[in-house]
Design a protein around this ligand. Structure first.
Ligand code: ZN
Length: 248
């Protein structure tokens, strides 16, 4: 994994491979160059095992369990998987926007079919931006299929230099991340950093400051305050932000 948490190669880290999985992890793995860092993301009691997430915890229980079974051959019985979802929670993960009228419901039904087809064909992340634009008005922001589309749409918006749209998408993603990921999560930290950077270039200085400040809190836990993602990337943006603020 690189600084952006994107795979840059495969390494074999024997000590790390003994760590067990939980969908409610208490630790995370990040890299500083080729060095693997195992970092706690919350307080861990002396007798508590250190657990990391092998799967995408943004996915709902049934999807997480089937992914884990397929790739790691076990049935997850972590507290998150065992918790009986409240009816409300289940609805949110797979649902139309609450305040929907008939037109929205019809759009939702059509898109749900289209999404199911994309999932079947493994094309969930292709042409995500146009899909996101359609889903936005009728899918609940916590719907996991929406979350997945939004993540891919963010990259497409950035590739297309559509910064205003990328910023809106980032805010949407963060709503879901803050809800489903642990308080200190690598994905959340990096998305806060990216959103803060986009906000800065869009001259949204107040929003940028809020996002970068929160990014610093999260990344100082997930990566450590002396990791270069904090000391270089984040600090550079903070300095730029300060300069912009002095100008305005
Ligand atoms: Zn689990």
């Amino acid at each position: 994994m690189g600084v952006d948490y994107l795979p840059v190669g495969i390494g074999l880290y024997l000590e790390a491979s003994v760590l067990d999985h939980s969908c409610l992890p208490n630790a995370t793995i990040v890299f500083e160059g080729k060095t693997l860092l195992l970092r706690p993301v919350r307080e861990i009691a002396a007798d508590e095992p250190i657990v990391i997430a092998y799967c995408n915890v943004l996915h709902p229980t049934e999807r997480r369990r089937s992914d884990l079974k397929e790739r790691y051959y076990f049935h997850c019985t972590c507290a998150s998987c065992e918790a009986v979802d409240s009816e409300e929670e289940t609805l949110k993960r797979r649902s139309v926007r609450w305040e929907s009228d008939k037109t929205v419901q019809a759009e939702y039904a059509a898109l749900e079919k289209a999404m199911a087809k994309r999932v079947r064909k493994g094309q969930e992340e292709e042409a995500a931006l146009p899909m996101y634009r359609k889903m936005k008005s009728c899918f609940h922001p916590f719907d996991w299929r929406y979350c997945q589309t939004v993540e891919a749409a963010f990259d497409e918006a950035l590739d297309g230099t559509l910064f205003e749209e990328a910023y809106d998408i980032a805010r949407d993603i963060l709503t879901a991340y803050e809800r489903f990921y642990p308080e200190f999560d690598v994905n959340t930290g990096l998305m806060l950093l990216k959103a803060g950077k986009i906000a800065l270039y869009l001259d949204k200085l107040y929003e940028s400051e809020q996002l970068l400040t929160r990014a610093k809190e999260v990344l100082s836990v997930t990566h450590g305050a002396d990791h270069r993602v904090v000391t270089d990337r984040l600090e550079t943006l903070m300095v730029e932000l300060k300069a912009y603020k002095n100008l305005s």
